[in-house]
Design a protein around this ligand. Structure first.
Ligand SMILES: NC(=O)c1ccc[n+]([C@@H]2O[C@H](COP(=O)([O-])OP(=O)(O)OC[C@H]3O[C@@H](n4cnc5c(N)ncnc54)[C@H](O)[C@@H]3O)[C@@H](O)[C@H]2O)c1
Length: 466
């Protein structure tokens, strides 16, 4: 930016003029699945972007114009050009980046720890460093997912005390929680409206104009950062709770001999029903942890969101159920988990995603191994690699060869068209099949000679509809 004053001191129209002329420098902190595309898209739009990450390998990779996220279509292309034009560069040196930036966008991880408590150590560390180095008038934007109130009560005081500047008049602060979906990040960042809340109206208007002008994206303004963070959490726990509901009725219907999939299909003929599906549980960096940010803030505020907590418990128990179904299916062909060779098809938490963070298939695999099974895992996103301590196979055939049971763990495209008769020939007959994702027709599985179990489907469902 050319003006002597900082970004926050600009009139909104003047700031917009600077954005239109691409006279803006942005520093993104954390160059991961969210931070890297954010940096690249602002740079591709013409801003000067400096990405900062604590991992030197990540920095080298970005400066070579490459994306390490092979499962994000289009990301390579978005990065390549701005790196070549010198619009995007990465560094591990915070002090070479933050003092130059008009906007500092925080995209560092915010996981939950083993006690399910939000771990904000990366945000605290990044914001402490930002506070020490920020120039007056710059604006800090928190894209990381945090609990409502964290920006106001944790991040703002850190920035003020480290910088000696006053929030609102001497530096700006806003929340713009990232709402993109892994596997569709580039497309989502171009199309899904951004929800923004800031500590005052002026800051809100400037940040909203930045995203609207540079990224050409719709912005939805909300009252304050905590409302923006509440929006992000509500979206994710809405899904978590609804998936838990589907899992809950699936467990009952299984016992009642009712096919949950048929129930859901029929329910969906009513105008106000939103289908959610039962399965092995939820995984990834967001859904299994985001509910705990709300639970944690609720506990502090004196109200425990019990439905949200219960939903987490239900979804977390589904892997155990899949292990039980495996035992039942093997028993039906006169075998036990102990001593059986079990082929696991898919461990990624989501189809076509190279990510096993908090995947529910990890507890399934560990549960089966603890009970004495020998596992052969295949996942097209991890061929011949190491996933949570297991070396994977390179093809379906390699994993299934000689198996007593097949467990379907992820609905990857490759698994949607399996030839079950051919698979049955590779197995150690008689063999079992457990579908933890409901992508296999029970009728076809039974016709191919497998004993069959699926989450939410009765054990005799093969005689009903496919
Ligand atoms: N991945 C998703 O699907 C998704 C979707 C929406 C929101 N989010 C949220 O976005 C945030 C970032 O998640 P992500 O998936 O991009 O994480 P990630 O693990 O893919 O990447 C995080 C990056 O930050 C770097 N980093 C860690 N601590 C740092 C620090 N103190 N300073 C600088 N760099 C640091 C890491 O080296 C890594 O490169 C999280 O709050 C997450 O909940 C993620």
């Amino acid at each position: 930016m050319m003006s002597k004053e900082g970004m926050l001191q600009q009139k909104v129209e003047d700031a917009k003029g600077l954005f239109k002329d691409r006279k803006v420098t942005i520093c993104t902190i954390g160059l991961g699945r969210i931070g890297l595309p954010t940096a690249a898209m602002f740079a591709a739009a013409g801003a000067n972007v400096i990405g900062v990450d604590i991992n030197p390998e990540v920095v080298v990779n970005v400066n070579e114009g490459k994306s390490r996220f092979v499962d994000e279509p289009g990301l390579d292309k978005v990065i390549e050009e701005p790196v070549r034009l010198g619009k995007l560069r990465a560094t591990t040196d915070f002090s070479s980046a933050i003092p130059k930036a008009d906007f500092i966008i925080i995209c560092v991880p915010t996981p939950v720890d083993h006690t399910k408590t939000p771990n904000y150590s990366a945000v605290i560390s990044a914001c402490s460093t930002v506070g020490k180095l920020i120039k007056p008038g710059s604006v800090v934007i928190i894209e990381s997912t945090v609990g409502p109130g964290t920006v106001e009560n944790l991040i703002l005081p850190i920035l003020e005390s480290e910088s000696g500047l006053r929030a609102g008049s001497e530096f700006g602060l806003a929340s713009c929680p990232e709402r993109s979906d892994p596997g569709n990040i580039v497309m989502n960042m171009k199309t899904v409206p951004r929800v923004i809340g800031a500590i005052n109206q002026h800051c809100l208007d400037i940040v909203a104009d930045l995203y609207e002008t540079l990224l050409n994206i719709k912005v939805y303004k909300v009252n304050d950062p905590k409302t923006a963070n509440a929006v992000k959490l509500t979206e994710n726990l809405f899904r978590d709770v609804n998936i838990a509901l589907a899992n809950e009725f699936a467990l009952v219907f299984e016992k009642l001999g009712i096919d949950s999939l048929e129930v859901i299909k029929a329910c969906a003929t009513k105008y106000n029903f939103m289908p959610h599906y039962p399965g092995v549980g939820v995984g990834g960096p967001c859904l299994p942890s985001n509910s705990y940010y709300l639970i944690s803030e609720g506990v502090k505020a004196g109200h425990i969101p019990s439905l949200v907590r219960m939903a987490r418990e239900i979804n977390d128990r589904m892997p155990e159920h899949v292990v039980s179904l495996t035992s039942e299916a093997l028993n039906e062909v006169g075998k036990t988990i102990r001593g059986s060779k079990i082929a696991i098809l898919g461990v990624a938490y989501k189809p076509e995603i190279k990510d096993v963070q908090l995947t529910p298939m990890e507890p399934v695999c560990n549960g089966l191994a603890r009970l004495g099974a020998v596992l052969d895992i295949y996942d097209p996103m991890f061929p011949g690699e190491n996933v949570f301590g297991y070396t994977t196979r390179r093809s379906v055939a390699q994993a299934v060869n000689g198996a007593d049971c097949i467990v379907m763990g992820t609905a990857h495209k490759e698994f949607l068209q399996l030839d079950l008769k051919l698979l049955a020939q590779l197995t150690e007959s008689p063999a079992a099949f457990v579908d933890a994702r409901n992508i296999i027709s029970p009728k076809d599985a039974l016709a191919s000679g497998f004993s069959f179990r699926a989450v939410g489907r009765p054990s005799t469902s093969g005689s009903a509809q496919a």
